[in-house]
Design a protein around this ligand. Structure first.
Ligand SMILES: [Zn+2]
Length: 147
């Protein structure tokens, strides 16, 4: 669904990076998945926050992760409010858990999947797709079988 830029020229809701989230979107533009990590206890923190929820340290820095994850859950929204997403039905809205840490979850969309093959805990990996001119998002695709 996201493989081609939208023929109707619709834009998805675009990221609005701020001081706390800019590193994430700059990483995405370089096709790197950066997750905030605590300098004191090593805990990964996503979504970005100013303090580590594990040890309350304010010393956090972006760290590149592997992009490997497992599928936690997914759905096929039938009534999205946004016109861009309405024009892309069916699409798979998903939650994935990054392999770096139990409970380190991201909300994303799935791409390049076989609907009938989706399973909880199946391995997935990040792919970076330009979903509209100048708008790249980190999406997830099933990992090659045997991986
Ligand atoms: Zn910490």
């Amino acid at each position: 669904m996201f493989d081609d830029l939208d023929p109707e020229g619709l834009y998805p809701p675009v990221p609005a990076p701020d001081e706390l989230t800019r590193f994430f979107w700059e990483g995405v533009l370089e096709h790197r998945l950066l997750i905030l990590r605590c300098n004191d206890c090593g805990f990964y923190v996503h979504w970005p926050r100013q303090a580590c929820p594990n040890c309350l340290s304010f010393s956090l820095a972006p760290a590149e992760v592997s992009g490997q994850a497992t599928l936690v859950t997914w759905t096929f929204p039938s009534q999205p409010f946004d016109a861009y997403y309405r024009s892309h039905i069916p699409y798979a809205l998903a939650v994935v858990e990054l392999v770096e840490q139990p409970g380190l979850k991201m909300v994303t969309d799935l791409v390049d999947y076989d609907k009938e093959a989706l399973r909880i805990d199946m391995p997935v990996h990040v792919v970076f797709r330009e979903v509209a001119p100048g708008v790249t998002l980190p999406l997830f695709a099933p990992a090659p079988s045997g991986a």
